[in-house]
Design a protein around this ligand. Structure first.
Ligand code: COA
Length: 168
């Protein structure tokens, strides 16, 4: 009997995407037939990169595949999931602190749409200490993003910080 194809949404700020995000995506593709990497426009943190820039970076670092779609969304993630006809949300968990936040988010999403399920994946140990904010800080202070982000992402952060400081 053929199984129905399974799609999932991997949403995030991706400001910028890291090796941690890429690792979750790579592993998700072993479980799901199709993954939509969705860049959130409405986030509480002030982003370094615009939505289009974050999408552009993702397009450059994720090998093109019919299994992966890179998209963006405004508003609630559950509404976007409904629009895309997808019921599964993927989230990576790095630490116990992440767990509390993720639990709240998944429960809130389920309250808003009980059709939606969140699937959690434990972030690999070597990426559990990194976050996009930490990376931006390291690069801004002259450190290296090696082992945390692809070279291209490091280059984009440097260019962005340079233009922001020229403007500022
Ligand atoms: N490895 C390493 N780091 C990781 C990681 C991994 N596997 N997964 C996440 N991170 C880091 C990110 O770099 C990011 O770091 P930062 O806080 O320094 O920027 C942090 O963990 C959280 O990142 P992210 O996965 O992008 O999640 P988020 O909390 O920024 O965004 C959304 C979560 C966008 C999915 C959520 O806010 C959302 O759905 N927004 C839409 C509006 C909505 O529906 N709101 C109601 C939600 S209940």
């Amino acid at each position: 009997m053929t199984q129905p194809s399974r799609s999932a949404i991997f949403a995030g700020s991706f400001d910028p995407p890291t090796f941690g995000h890429l690792n979750i995506l790579e592993r998700s593709l072993k479980v799901f037939d199709r993954v939509i990497v969705a860049v959130a426009a409405d986030i509480s943190k002030a982003p370094l990169f615009s939505v289009d820039e974050r999408k552009q970076i993702l397009n450059e670092i994720i090998p093109s595949s019919p299994q992966v779609e890179i998209d963006n969304f405004n508003g609630l993630l559950v509404d976007y999931a409904k629009k895309k006809n997808v019921r599964i949300l993927i989230r990576g968990i790095r630490t116990v602190a992440d767990y509390e936040y993720e639990l709240q988010m998944s429960l809130a999403n389920r309250m808003m749409n009980s059709e939606v399920e969140t699937v959690f994946m434990m972030t690999e140990g070597r990426y559990s200490h990194i976050s996009s904010s930490i990376i931006k800080q390291v690069i801004a202070l002259g450190g290296s993003g090696k082992d945390m982000i692809p070279e291209l992402v490091e280059k984009r952060i440097r260019e962005k910080l340079c233009t922001s400081s020229v403007k500022g």
